[in-house]
Ligand binder design. Structure first.
Ligand SMILES: [Zn+2]
Length: 163
């Protein structure tokens, strides 16, 4: 895995991270003065304080991870998830980029070593968004089915990332 800066100029997908609460039932010591309070123990009595243990429901918050879908065999390698926009943004969204060049269209990258100014016409954005949606129909549908339509946005933009 190299680490060089890349500028992606092209279509991308934003997927909102959706918090999901998972409930787990744990048998724990229920004496708040005990050092094993809320700690899972597998015995009817706490080995520390001798108090009775009880089964309690604990909630943990996790996020649905879009990579669980992206890395399924049928979609493997189609898109890449990139780090982006700082910690706060990363907590809200996953950013997915196409993993191959756009056939017959402009290359998605902009090589800023070679040029200092790049004109981007609106037609290019429209064309590439259309390409993205038809190229990745099945993956997009699978993500929408899991996350909901309002969680998925397809945009065109410039994204700095390390490859
Ligand atoms: Zn205890």
């Amino acid at each position: 895995m190299g680490s060089y800066l890349e500028i992606h100029a092209g279509p991308y997908m934003l997927v909102s991270k959706i918090p999901t609460k998972t409930e787990v039932v744990k048998q724990t010591c229920v004496d708040s003065d005990c050092i094993l309070f809320d700690t899972e123990i597998k015995f009817p009595f706490c080995p520390q304080c001798g108090g009775k243990s009880e089964h309690k429901t604990h909630e943990t918050e996790t996020y649905k991870d879009v990579r669980d879908i992206m890395y399924k065999d049928e979609f493997e390698g189609q898109m890449v998830a990139v780090h982006n926009g700082g910690a706060e943004f990363s907590q809200l969204f996953s950013v997915l980029l196409p993993n191959h060049y756009i056939k017959g269209l402009e290359e998605p990258g902009i090589d800023m070593d070679e040029v200092n100014i790049v004109e981007i016409k609106p037609e290019r954005m429209e064309r590439e968004i259309k390409w993205f949606m038809s190229e990745y129909t099945e993956l997009i549908a699978a993500i929408v089915a899991e996350f909901g339509e309002s969680a998925v946005q397809i945009k065109w933009g410039i994204i700095k990332h390390y490859n």
